[in-house]
Design a protein around this ligand. Sequence first.
Ligand SMILES: [Zn+2]
Length: 395
Amino acid sequence: MALGALHGELVGDFAREGVDGDLDALLAEAPRAVGVAARGEEALFRASAAMERGCPRVVVRRGAIRADWLEELAHRAATFGALLYEHDDASGYRRAAPRGRSRAQLGGPAAPFGAWLERRAASAAALPVDDPTLGVPGDLEELAFTAGHKPVLYLVKPADEAARLLARHPGAHAATRAEAVAIDPATGARRYGEGRDSTHVFLSASRADAERAAALWERGSSAHARELGALLGYPPCCVAAFEALAARGDNAALVWITERRTRALSASFAPPLNVVLRRVVPFTPCTFSCRLAVARAEGVLDALDAGVASSLLASLSRAVLYLDEARSIVLEGARARGDELAYERAALVRDDGSVEAGVARAKLGAWLPPGGLLRLVGRGVELDGEEVGALLPFG
Ligand SMILES: [Zn+2]
C-alpha cells in the first residue's frame, strides 16, 4: 500500500487517540491502523497492545521510544503479523523490522535486590509472615473447573496427589504425562526433566479437549500459547500479552512487567488480580485490572463459600511491595501521603521454606517495623537509602 494512503488512514486515528487517549475504545472499533501519540514506556505498551489486539498497522513517533524498545516492538509486530512504522513530519514513514535476534528484557528491578539483602545484617526482630485466609482450597483452579469456568483443567502434581485428583473427577476424561519438575523459589521458573517426579494432568469433560491440551503442551506450551490458553479458559487479551513477551518462564519478571504495563496503560490494580497474595486465576493478566481477567477471578470467588470469599477478597485488598516470588511483603493499612507511604504492619507474603525467604525474614524486620513510614521512590520504596521492589497498590 502507498504510504500516502496509509497517512490518510492514520490521521483520524492519531487525532482520536490524541484527544481521548482511550486505547480500549479505539481498538474496539478494529481500526486498520493506530498511531501512538504517547512517548517512552507508555508508547511501548500501547503499541504492543494494539498489535496484540489484531491491529494490522501501528505507527510510533520517530524518536518517541528507545532504540532497543523499537527493536522489541518490531519483534512483536512479527509475532502478530502486524506492520510497525516510525513517523515524523520531516521524513514521513519508515517501516521498522527486526534488525537482529536480541529482545529487550522488560521485567525485573533496576538493581538486584538480592544483593541488597545480602549486604544487610540480620535484625533483632524477624519480619512476621502473613496469615493465609482460612478455608480457601489449595487448588482454586480445580474449583474453577468444577464450577464450569474452563474447558480443561491443567495441574502438575506428585504422582500420589495426581491419583487423588483423578479420583475426585470420575466423570472427566484425563490425559496424563509423567515428567519431573524443579521450581526455582525466587522466580517460579520451571525446569523439566529434573527435580521432583510429577504428573501433568489434563482433565476435561471432552476427551478430545483433554488430549489436545496434552499434545499442545508436549509440543511446547509457549509456541502454542493461543490454542492452549483458549482450552484452559484464559482471556485472549491476556494470552496475547503473554505471547508478546520474549521470555515467559520467570514468574517474578511477569509480575514486574504487568506492573509496568498496568501503569503505562493507566490501568488500576483490582484486588481479585492480586496474584502475589493468591493466584485466584492461574494466568498472567494483561493488566492488573483486565476486565476479562477480573471476571474470571470473580467467577472463582463466587464458587467459594460466601464468608471465605469475602475474607479472601479483604486479604487481596492490601498493598504489596513485590521483590520476587519468595520475597514479597504485604503492607497492611497502607496509605500514601504525598511521596510517603504509611502502613500499620508489614509481613512476608509467605515463607515457602526457601533460603531466600528465610534471609528476607531475618533481615527485613529492622527496615519494616509496625507503624512505619516509607519514602516512595521509582517503582518501589526506599529502604536504607536504596530503591527496593515494585509497589503494587491493591489496597
Ligand atoms: Zn486481559
